[in-house]
Write a protein that binds this ligand. Structure first.
Ligand code: FES
Length: 117
């Protein structure tokens, strides 16, 4: 069953930054791009890299472990690792590209809410 959780004041997260949010036993990533907020799993679907420690460029987050890139607006894979050649081919066979799970976000009276479930 889906429900909304409050994650704090919108003004606490600067434009172009992201942070980890712990909620109900989950670790989530919360990012701000302008006046828009995006939420996703904090762990990379490749091999669990901690995405809040990665790099944010617009709505694209880059995993700090192997460089996979995901669009936070949809979870779409932009790049599956920064590997090339045989290493990339074998890596895709062992672990096929999969999107990052994202979550709806809304603002209410200056607070950021994420929908879980
Ligand atoms: S764990 Fe994120 S790219 Fe490998």
């Amino acid at each position: 069953m889906s429900h909304w959780i409050e994650t704090g004041a919108a003004d606490d997260l600067a434009d172009g930054t992201m942070k980890a949010v712990a909620a109900e036993g989950m670790e989530l990533l919360l990012a701000r791009v302008g006046d828009s907020f995006y939420a996703a799993d904090a762990h990379c679907p490749h091999m669990g890299g901690f995405l809040p420690n990665g790099h944010l460029d617009g709505t694209i987050v880059t995993c700090p472990r192997h460089g996979s890139r995901f669009d936070l607006t949809s979870g779409k894979v932009i790049r599956w690792t920064n590997w090339t050649g045989v290493k990339l081919a074998v890596g895709k066979l062992l672990r096929s590209p999969r999107p990052l799970r994202t979550y709806p976000v809304r603002l209410d009276e200056g607070k950021v809410w994420i929908e879980l479930g």
